[in-house]
Design a protein around this ligand. Structure first.
Ligand SMILES: NC(=O)c1ccc[n+]([C@@H]2O[C@H](COP(=O)([O-])OP(=O)(O)OC[C@H]3O[C@@H](n4cnc5c(N)ncnc54)[C@H](O)[C@@H]3O)[C@@H](O)[C@H]2O)c1
Length: 342
């Protein structure tokens, strides 16, 4: 494996996690006023002492992650470029509003407006966590955009921008965080870090009109598996979620806008509430979780395991097949072992 050099030597490597004074999390309730489950009696949060970066946390699902992480005791870097749904524009305000909400509830957070897909921006993002809070334990890659088109109408820019923000926007912060953790590990510290990536059923199962987005999201699942294999040696776990929730992404998708509406009856469970996604992400981010290389679907009260691409039926012989022979034999590979998907 290529060596990347000691770029993190000067960034907080003189401040170990154990040097930080751990104060009990003052946030006893979620910002929306509901009780914090499980930890309420002990006054401890599931993420006490953890420093987390959450990308795209100014709105939607990422905002819910940031609020829950802070309520569970994490110190949070709220990253958001403030982009429109198609990736255009930049507006710092969403990230700053989330930081204000966290601080008003007694939590700790700082805003960061770097573009996650920009090499130097991703480096600044990791530096922002170390500079503000002295360490980094969790990276949640969540930022994303949409440019839905059928392939015959998709422009080069539609393709490039979606691949750029999602796929490179996962790689860049991961790369800089991994370099930081590798330095800590090489310095003899016990790193217990977690990366949580954001995939989608649009890529893992396929969805017409989202070839760019789905390809990026399937790539993120593959990236997750490989990153878990590479970074485990430094004490870094890597998992991904494929969420489903009501945000501007789903509210503006034809056919979905009605489905994702909140129930009129307040007593009914709102399965599309984006806050339902965050507890799984928080769990994956905890010090005590040992999962790595996994991808989970999450919506409402449902969490489902995804298995990655799996080889099933086989035809095999000790010689090269002819085309005519394959035409005869291929029927044995009918996909039934995977549920018969065409
Ligand atoms: N909503 C769903 O049902 C659903 C389903 C599957 C996957 N996802 C994924 O969940 C994640 C969050 O989506 P959401 O539904 O909350 O959408 P959203 O549009 O509400 O939030 C995405 C946020 O990312 C920010 N962002 C965009 N480009 C950025 C960049 N280059 N750098 C930093 N920030 C940037 C945006 O400003 C926005 O605030 C995305 O990765 C999305 O693809 C969502």
């Amino acid at each position: 494996m290529a060596d990347e050099g000691d770029e993190w030597g000067g960034h907080g490597s003189d401040r170990s996690a154990s040097d930080q004074v751990e104060t009990p999390n003052p946030v006893a309730r979620y910002p929306n006023g509901t009780d914090r489950p499980d930890t309420e009696d002990s006054g401890m949060g599931a993420l006490d002492g953890r420093v987390a970066i959450i990308t795209g946390a100014g709105r939607g699902i990422g905002r819910e992650h940031a609020l829950l992480f802070a309520a569970e005791g994490a110190k949070v870097v709220v990253n958001d470029l403030g982009a429109a749904l198609d990736g255009s524009g930049d507006d710092r305000t969403p990230a700053e509003q989330v930081v204000d909400e966290i601080r008003a509830a007694g939590g700790e957070a700082v805003a960061n407006s770097d573009d996650v897909a920009d090499w130097d921006g991703g480096k600044r993002l990791v530096e922002a966590a170390v500079e503000a809070f002295g360490d980094l334990h969790v990276l949640v890659n969540n930022a994303g955009i949409l440019r839905d088109r059928v392939i015959v109408n998709m422009t080069e820019e539609d393709w490039d921008s979606v691949i750029h923000v999602h796929l490179k926007g996962h790689f860049v912060p991961t790369r800089h965080a991994a370099a930081y953790w590798r330095e800590r590990s090489k310095a003899g510290e016990e790193v217990r870090a977690s990366i949580v990536n954001t995939s989608s059923t649009s890529g893992l199962l396929g969805n017409p009109g989202q070839a760019n987005y789905g390809a990026a999201k399937a790539g993120i699942a593959a990236f997750t598996v490989i990153a878990a294999q590479e970074l485990g040696r430094y004490g870094v776990r890597v998992n991904a979620i494929a969420p489903a929730a009501r945000t501007r992404m789903t509210e503006t998708t034809p056919g979905l806008s009605d489905i994702v509406k909140a129930p009129g009856d307040q007593a009914q469970f709102d399965v599309w509430d984006p806050a339902n996604v965050s507890p799984l992400v928080a769990y994956l981010a905890t010090d005590g979780c040992d999962l790595s290389g996994r991808v989970f679907f999450v919506q409402g009260g449902t969490v489902r395991n995804f298995s990655n691409w799996t080889m099933t039926e086989t035809i095999d012989r000790p010689a090269r097949w002819t085309v005519a022979e394959l035409a005869e034999a291929m029927g044995a590979l009918d996909g039934q072992a995977r549920g018969g998907q065409a």
